[in-house]
Design a protein around this ligand. Structure first.
Ligand code: SF4
Length: 485
C-alpha cells in the first residue's frame, strides 16, 4: 500500500519520473568515500525518490568485502544516524544510487547498488535505464541455473558480467561482452575490488559523466553532482564507451561499442524536464536548452499578454526564454512547497485541501487583472493542468494562455521513463483545441517537433514518445512497471 501512495504522490502533479541517478568514486589517495557519495546522491535526488543506497570497498583490503546500506525513501531519510553510521563505512572506492521504479517493483530488495559475490570477488552495480530485452535474457539465464533475488534489470546485467568474467582477462572486457547481449537504455557504474568502471549504452539515452577532485575520480549521472562535492568536470562518457578508472592507468577508454553519431539517441526529455537546470549533458546546458524552447514558443506561437510565468521548476527557464524573445515581462506567479517527503499524508477526496494546492499556490499580486502566458514543460495525463489554470484565474488573471515546452506525448516510453500507455495520455485522440478546452485555457500551443533537435544544438536524440518512431524496436511484451499499464 505504501508503494501505491508513493506513486500517487508523484502522479498528483501529473509529472513524469526519471528512473535513477548513479554516482561512483575512487579516491587514489585512499580516503573514505561514503560521505562524498551521500552528498552526490543528495544532488541527484530529483532523479529518484523511492529508494537509495551506498556500497563501498577498500581496494587495499580483502577482495570480497563490501560494506553497503540501502533503504526506502529519500537520501536524508535512509542515511540517518539511527539507521547507519556513515563514517564507519570505510572504503576508498564506492557506488551510490537513487531510484524510482519503472521496471521491477518498489521494494527494498530492488534498491541499488546491487552487490554480488562470485568466484572473482565482489561486484557492486548502479544502473540507470531500462533494458528492452531483460525478460528474454532473464529466462535464458534461469534455464541455465540462475536464481534471481530481485526483479530489476540490473541483476541480469550483473549475471552476464559475472559469467563473462570467467572467460575474460579483465572485468571491463566482461562488461563489454555483457553489452553485446543487453539492449536498451543504460548508464552503468560497476565497482570491482580494484576498479571503477562506467559504461553508457551505444545510443546514449541516459547521461553519464566523469569528474575529478584532487586525486579522486568520479563517474555520475549529472554534472550538478560534481559541483556539489567540489569536483571539476572532466568530460562526458561517450554513448557506447566503457571507461575504466585505476591508479595505474588513470582513465582508460574502450570505444569499440560506439556507433556512428547519427545513430545516437539521447533522451530529449533529460533536457526538457528530468535533469537539473545547472547540469550540462554532452556539451549542452540544460538551462540553455529550456530557455531556447521558450524562445521558440514565443516565435512559433505568439500571443499578446502582460506577463509570462513558469510552472516551477522546469517551466521557469522556458518562461524566461519566452519573455526575453517576446519582450513581455517575466513574473514569478507560483510559490512551490517542496517539502513533500515520502511519508507525507495525501489528502483524502473528502478533504478540502487539494494535493495540487498543497504543492503550488498562485500569487495574486503578479497575475491579478493581467493577461498571463503560463509555460509548463509537458502535459501527461492532464489531471492537474486544469487546476493550475484555474488557480491563476481565481487569483484574478483575465486570460491564461498555456505554452508547453515539449511536443504532445502520444506514445509510451520503454527506455526508463514512465510515459504511460497511449490511452492515458491527454493528447491521444484529442486535438490541441480539445485539450485547451479540457484544461480551461484561453489558448494552448506546444513546442513543434522540428524544434526538438534545435534546442539541444543538433545533438542526435530519441523522440519516440512524441513521434512513435523509436531508435530501438520496442519490446513485444510490456516491460513497464505494473502501475503504468
Ligand atoms: S521515448 Fe521519450 S522519454 Fe523515452 S527515451 Fe525517448 S525521448 Fe526519452
Amino acid at each position: 500500500m505504501q508503494n501505491k501512495n508513493v506513486h500517487e504522490q508523484f502522479e498528483n502533479m501529473d509529472k513524469l519520473s526519471e528512473e535513477c541517478g548513479v554516482f561512483g568514486i575512487y579516491d587514489f589517495d585512499g580516503g573514505d568515500v561514503a560521505s562524498t557519495i551521500y552528498y552526490g546522491l543528495f544532488a541527484l535526488q530529483h532523479r529518484g525518490q523511492e529508494s537509495c543506497g551506498i556500497a563501498v570497498s577498500d581496494t587495499k583490503g580483502p577482495k570480497g568485502k563490501v560494506l553497503s546500506y540501502k533503504g526506502m525513501g529519500l537520501v536524508n531519510e535512509v542515511f540517518t544516524p539511527e539507521n547507519v553510521d556513515i563514517d564507519a563505512m570505510k572504503g576508498d572506492i564506492g557506488v551510490g544510487h537513487v531510484r524510482y521504479s519503472t521496471a521491477g517493483s518498489s521494494t527494498r530488495e530492488n534498491a541499488q547498488p546491487l552487490v554480488i559475490n562470485y568466484v572473482k570477488g565482489t561486484l557492486a552495480l548502479a544502473h540507470n535505464g531500462n533494458l528492452i530485452n531483460a525478460i528474454e535474457l532473464r529466462k535464458e539465464l534461469e534455464y541455465t541455473g540462475a536464481i534471481f533475488q530481485t526483479t530489476i534489470d540490473t541483476e541480469v546485467i550483473a549475471y552476464y558480467i559475472a559469467r563473462e568474467r570467467l572467460n575474460s582477462k579483465t572485468v571491463e572486457e566482461a562488461v563489454g561482452r555483457a553489452m553485446d547481449k543487453i539492449k536498451g537504455a543504460y548508464s552503468l557504474i560497476v565497482m570491482s575490488p580494484r576498479k571503477l568502471i562506467g559504461a553508457r549504452d551505444p545510443l546514449g539515452f541516459k547521461p553519464l559523466c566523469i569528474g575529478k577532485r584532487e586525486n579522486a575520480y568520479i563517474i555520475t549521472s549529472e554534472t550538478c553532482a560534481l559541483e556539489t562535492i567540489g569536483a571539476e568536470y572532466v568530460r562526458d562518457i561517450l554513448p557506447g564507451e566503457i571507461v575504466t578508472i585505476t591508479p595505474e592507468g588513470g582513465i582508460q577508454s574502450d570505444t569499440s561499442h560506439c556507433l556512428k553519431k547519427e545513430e545516437q539517441a539521447r533522451c530529449v526529455f533529460e533536457y526538457i524536464y528530468f535533469s537539473r537546470p545547472d547540469s550540462h549533458i554532452d556539451g549542452v546546458g540544460v538551462f540553455q536548452s529550456r530557455m531556447q524552447a521558450g524562445r521558440f514558443l514565443a516565435i512559433d506561437s505568439p500571443v499578446e499578454a502582460d506577463v509570462v510565468v513558469g510552472v516551477p521548476e522546469s517551466g521557469n527557464a522556458a518562461a524566461q526564454g519566452y519573455a526575453l524573445e517576446a519582450g513581455i515581462p517575466y513574473g514569478t506567479a507560483f510559490v512551490k512547497n517542496g517539502y513533500v517527503g515520502r511519508t507525507f499524508i495525501k489528502p483524502k477526496q473528502s478533504n478540502r485541501e487539494s494535493s495540487v494546492r498543497i504543492k503550488l499556490n498562485a500569487m495574486k499580486e503578479v497575475v491579478n487583472g493581467k493577461r498571463v502566458i503560463m509555460i509548463d514543460d509537458s502535459i501527461v495525463r492532464g489531471t492537474t493542468s486544469d487546476r493550475i489554470v484555474g488557480m491563476l484565474k481565481e487569483a484574478g488573471a483575465k486570460e491564461v494562455h498555456v505554452r508547453i515546452s515539449s511536443p504532445p506525448f502520444l506514445w509510451p516510453c520503454y527506455f526508463g521513463t514512465d510515459v504511460p500507455a497511449r490511452e492515458q495520455l491527454i493528447a491521444y485522440n484529442r486535438s490541441v483545441e480539445e485539450i485547451c478546452q479540457v484544461i480551461g485555457a484561453d489558448s494552448l500551443a506546444y513546442l513543434k517537433i522540428e524544434r526538438l533537435k534545435e534546442i539541444v544544438n543538433n545533438l542526435d536524440i530519441c523522440s519516440g514518445c512524441f513521434t512513435g518512431k523509436y531508435p530501438l524496436e520496442p519490446p513485444k511484451e510490456d516491460i513497464r512497471g505494473e502501475y503504468q499499464k
